[in-house]
Design a protein around this ligand. Structure first.
Ligand code: NDP
Length: 240
C-alpha cells in the first residue's frame, strides 16, 4: 500500500499545495486543520482529500487525532509539521497570550505530532518528518519575536530529532520558506509587502507549490541520506 502522509494545517495555503503534491506522487494523504471548517470543507470538496480537525497545540487532541487516523488508515509514514500562525506586534505591546499562542501552535505542535508518530516509525524502521520553519526563524523579523523564536526553535528541534531518528530509518528535515503568497502573507499591509518584495532577488513572492516541491523531495524513499538539513526556499532573500 502507498505510504501515508499527514500534513498539519493542510487545508489552506502552503499545506494545501503540499497535500496536492504528495497525492500527485502517489501517497495517501490526510490534511489536518485547526478551526476553519468552511475552508476545510471547500478544500475536501475541491480535492477529495480527507480532513481531520484537531488543535496541534494541544497534546491530548493530537494524541486522539493520530490514534483515530492510525486505526482507520494504518501507521503514518510521513509527517509534515506545517500548521502555523502569526500574532505580530513589537515586544513592548505583545501580550503573554500572543507569545504563548505562537510558541504553542508553531513549535510545541512539532513535539506533539512527532511524539505521537515516532514510536510506530521506530518500530517499522521508516519515517519522514518535515518541519516548516521560516526565513524569519533564520534571520529574525521586526514585530515577530514570538514567531521568530518558535521558527528558530523548529530548526534546533529538527537537528536534534534527526540525530535520534537516524539509526531507525527516520529522517527529519526542515524547510525555511521565504515570503509565499498565502493568506498569512496577504494579511501583511500592502506598503509593508511592497518593501518585502523589493528585497527578494527573484523579484516576486514565492508560490505555495514551490515549497511543496521541497517536501516531495525530502520525503522520498530515496532521500534516506538527507537528514537534519534545512532547505531554504526564499527567492535568494536570505542565504544561510
Ligand atoms: P495559512 O494561514 O494559509 O494556513 C495555516 C494552516 O494552519 C491552516 O490550515 C490552519 O487551519 C492551520 N492551523 C493554524 N492553527 C492550527 C492549529 N492550532 N491546529 C491545527 N491547524 C492549525 O498559512 P501558510 O500556508 O501561509 O503557512 C503554512 C506554514 O508555513 C506555517 O507554519 C507558516 O508559519 C509557514 N511559513 C509561511 C510563510 C508564508 O510566506 N506564507 C513563510 C514562512 C513560513 P485553519 O484553516 O483551521 O485555521
Amino acid at each position: 500500500m502507498a505510504r501515508l502522509a499527514l500534513v498539519t494545517g493542510g487545508t489552506r495555503g502552503i499545506g494545501e499545495a503540499i497535500c496536492l503534491a504528495l497525492r500527485k506522487e502517489g501517497y495517501r494523504v490526510i490534511a489536518n486543520y485547526g478551526g476553519n471548517d468552511e475552508a476545510a470543507k471547500a478544500f475536501s470538496d475541491r480535492t477529495g482529500i480527507e480532513t481531520r480537525k484537531f488543535d496541534v497545540s494541544n497534546y491530548a487532541e493530537v494524541e486522539q487525532g493520530i490514534a483515530a487516523i492510525v486505526q482507520e488508515h494504518g501507521p503514518i509514514d510521513i509527517l509534515v509539521n506545517n500548521a502555523g500562525i502569526t500574532r505580530d506586534t513589537t515586544i513592548h505591546k505583545m501580550t503573554p497570550e500572543q507569545w504563548q499562542a505562537v510558541i504553542d501552535t508553531n513549535l510545541t505542535s512539532c513535539f506533539n505530532l512527532s511524539r505521537c508518530v515516532i514510536n510506530t516509525m521506530r518500530e517499522r524502521g521508516f519515517g519522514r518528518i518535515v518541519n516548516i520553519g521560516s526565513i524569519n526563524g533564520q534571520a529574525g523579523q521586526y514585530g515577530q519575536v514570538n514567531y521568530a523564536a518558535a521558527k528558530s526553535g523548529i530548526h534546533g528541534f529538527t537537528k536534534a530529532l534527526a540525530q535520534e531518528g537516524a539509526a531507525k530509518g527516520i529522517t527529519v528535515n526542515a524547510i525555511a520558506p521565504g515570503y509565499i503568497a498565502t493568506d498569512m502573507v496577504r494579511a501583511v499591509p500592502a506598503n509593508v509587502l511592497e518593501k518585502i518584495v523589493a528585497r527578494i532577488p527573484v523579484g516576486r513572492l514565492g508560490e505555495a507549490e514551490e515549497i511543496a516541491r521541497g517536501v516531495v523531495f525530502l520525503v522520498a524513499d530515496e532521500a534516506g541520506f538527507i537528514t537534519g538539513s534545512t532547505l531554504s526556499i526564499n527567492g535568494g532573500q536570505h542565504m544561510y
